[in-house]
Design a protein around this ligand. Structure first.
Ligand code: GDP
Ligand code: ADP
Length: 206
C-alpha cells in the first residue's frame, strides 16, 4: 500500500517581505492547502482575530506548550514567541492533506530537521531597500523594531541555501503564481514516486 501522506509546504523569509500578503492571496485561490495557524505571545494588531490570524497566548501558556512538546517548532523573534502547534500539522498530513506553514527562518530550519521531506520556499525581497520600505509602509513597528527586523533579515537572507526554492516577491500575483507552480510541481514529483513504487510492487508480485 502506498503511503498517501500530505505534503508539508513551508513559506519563509524575512519579516516584511510579504509572506502574509502572498499567503492570503494564495489562499483566496487555492483551497486544497490547509493553513496551520500559529501561536504567538505578541499583542493582537488592529483588525486581527483570535484563531484566524494567530492563537494569542501568554508567555506562561506558551512555555507550558513547549515543555509539553506540543509545538512542532518555535522561535523567539524580536521579543515574542511564535510557534506551530504540532497536533494539527501531524493529523492533517496523516489524513493525506497538504499543510502550509508561513513562519520565520529559525522555525523553518527546525521544521526541516523534523520533516526533511517538506518543501521549503524562501520568499525574498527584490532588495533590502525595498524590504525596509515595506516594513516602514506597513506602519506596525516603531523605528527600533524596524531596525531590529532589518538586522534579522540580513542574517536570514544568508540562510537561503537551505531552501528548495526561492521566490522573489517583486509582485504579489507573480509570487503567488510561482508558489502555486511549486505546489503543482511537487504533486507531480510525488505521483512519479507513487507510480515507480507501484511498478516495483507489480514486479515483486509476479
Ligand atoms: N517560527 C515561527 N515563526 C512564525 C510563526 N508564525 C509566524 N511566524 C513569523 O514570525 C514573524 C513575525 O510575525 P508577525 O509579528 O505576525 O509580523 P509580520 O509577519 O512581519 O507581519 C514573521 O516572520 C512570521 O512569518 C510560527 O508559528 N513559527
Ligand atoms: N510584492 C509586493 N510589492 C509591494 N508591497 C508588498 C508586496 N508584498 C507585500 N507588500 C507589502 O509589504 C508589507 C509587508 O508585508 P507582509 O505580508 O506583512 O510581510 P511579512 O508577513 O513577510 O512580514 C505590507 O505593507 C504589504 O502590503
Amino acid at each position: 500500500m502506498i503511503e498517501e501522506k500530505g505534503i508539508l509546504f513551508v513559506l519563509s523569509g524575512p519579516s516584511g517581505v510579504g509572506k502574509g500578503t502572498v499567503r492570503k492571496a494564495l489562499f483566496k485561490k487555492d483551497t486544497d492547502l490547509q493553513y496551520s495557524i500559529s501561536m504567538t505571545t505578541r499583542d493582537k494588531r488592529a483588525g486581527e482575530k483570535e484563531a484566524v490570524d494567530y492563537f494569542y497566548r501568554t508567555r506562561e501558556k506558551f512555555e507550558q506548550m513547549i515543555r509539553d512538546n506540543q509545538l512542532l517548532e518555535y522561535a523567539e523573534y524580536v521579543g515574542n514567541y511564535y510557534g506551530t502547534p504540532r497536533y494539527y500539522v501531524e493529523e492533517t498530513l496523516a489524513a493525506g492533506k497538504d499543510v502550509f506553514l508561513e513562519i520565520e527562518v529559525q522555525g523553518a530550519l527546525q521544521v526541516k530537521e523534523n520533516f526533511p521531506e517538506g518543501v521549503f520556499v524562501f520568499l525574498s525581497p527584490p532588495s533590502l531597500e525595498e524590504l525596509k520600505n515595506r516594513i516602514v509602509k506597513r506602519g506596525t513597528e516603531s523605528d527600533d523594531l524596524v531596525a531590529n527586523r532589518l538586522h534579522a533579515a540580513k542574517e536570514e537572507i544568508e540562510l537561503m541555501d537551505a531552501y528548495d526554492y526561492v521566490v522573489v516577491n517583486d509582485n504579489v500575483n507573480k509570487a503567488v503564481d510561482k508558489v502555486q507552480a511549486i505546489v503543482k510541481s511537487e504533486h507531480c514529483k510525488r505521483e512519479r514516486v507513487a507510480i515507480q513504487y507501484k511498478k516495483v510492487l507489480e514486479v515483486e508480485e509476479k
